[in-house]
Ligand binder design. Structure first.
Ligand code: 5BU
Length: 274
């Protein structure tokens, strides 16, 4: 049966999963995880630019993805992007702007490529709400036609926040969009905080798609609607990349915490492949 077949194939190693897709960015990410032995993404939600860069550099060797909310930086300028790119090249991580696009194709096209942030120039990965329909995906795709570096998108198939309105039908329709645009959509945001829900997504989505999961913390219970589970539970339930924010940046020793999350995530992945 297809559902259990998907789950079974999700237990393959990242290197083997890379062979199931022709999307260059997905292949790069699968192989990077194996190379760095990490499936950890840092959600760097620090608003002070200097501190943001310091934290990024400190944990750069532990992560394979840096997730940004570029519009929360207090003193943004393009030089910050140059510095992030330098760190990304030196320490080998990809940049994911958590922009959650949600508008008609023409507007997201402008939001992706223009304004002060020019996201399409530097973010390897962006994400988008599927709510709007696939015109949004077409709009985003138009911006990266001539991009030298590979670009990809994650669709929000689930969210980690309480009482969000995404139901199973919405998740299924989101997966259909992803299948239609496999040249650009590399995977999904899945709900890291809810293993049962996450497992549903992992069984429905083909194993060429990566599942990124926010809602990961080993010591907090969440606030303002956020919910958490452990890296072990998330990876066991089908997550490929754990996204950790405050668990690292609010820690007294962010490097130590990043190492710990990395170790927990990687160990759970190795266990899953056995
Ligand atoms: P935290 O400090 O680990 O809770 O940060 C989680 C990050 O992931 C934060 O940047 C959120 O904007 C982001 N996030 C999320 O928490 N839940 C979601 O469903 C999505 C993104 Br999509």
């Amino acid at each position: 049966m297809v559902l259990s077949e998907n789950l079974e194939k999700r237990r393959l190693s990242y290197n083997e999963r890379a062979k199931l897709t022709s999307n260059k960015l997905a292949i790069r990410l699968f192989n990077l995880m194996e190379e760095k032995q990490s499936n950890l993404a840092l959600a760097n939600d620090i608003t002070d630019t200097k501190k943001f860069l310091e934290l990024t550099e400190k944990v750069a060797d532990e992560i394979i993805v840096l997730k940004t909310h570029i519009d929360i930086l207090e003193d943004f300028n393009m030089d910050i992007i140059n510095k992030i790119e330098e760190l990304a090249n030196k320490h080998k991580f990809l940049i994911f702007e958590d922009r959650k696009f949600a508008d008609i194709g023409n507007t997201v096209k402008l939001q992706y490529s223009s304004g002060i942030y020019k996201i399409s120039k530097w973010a390897h990965i962006v994400n988008a709400h599927s709510l709007v329909g696939d015109g949004l995906i077409e709009g985003l795709k138009e911006c990266i036609k001539d991009s030298e570096d590979s670009r990809g998108c994650l669709l929000l198939a689930q969210m980690s926040s309480s009482n969000n309105l995404i139901d199973k039908k919405y998740t299924l329709r989101t997966i259909e969009f992803a299948e239609k645009y496999q040249d650009f959509v590399i995977g999904f945001i899945g709900n890291g905080s809810n293993p049962k829900e996450l497992k549903k997504l992992a069984s429905l989505a083909k194993p060429n798609f990566l599942i990124f999961t926010p809602g990961i913390n080993i010591s907090d219970t969440g606030k303002l609607g956020q919910n958490y589970a452990t890296p072990q539970k998330a990876i066991k339930s089908g997550s490929d990349i754990i996204i950790v924010g405050s668990g690292i940046y609010k820690s007294e020793d962010p490097l130590k915490s990043a190492k710990e999350y990395r170790k927990l995530g990687w160990k759970a992945y190795i266990k899953r492949t056995k």
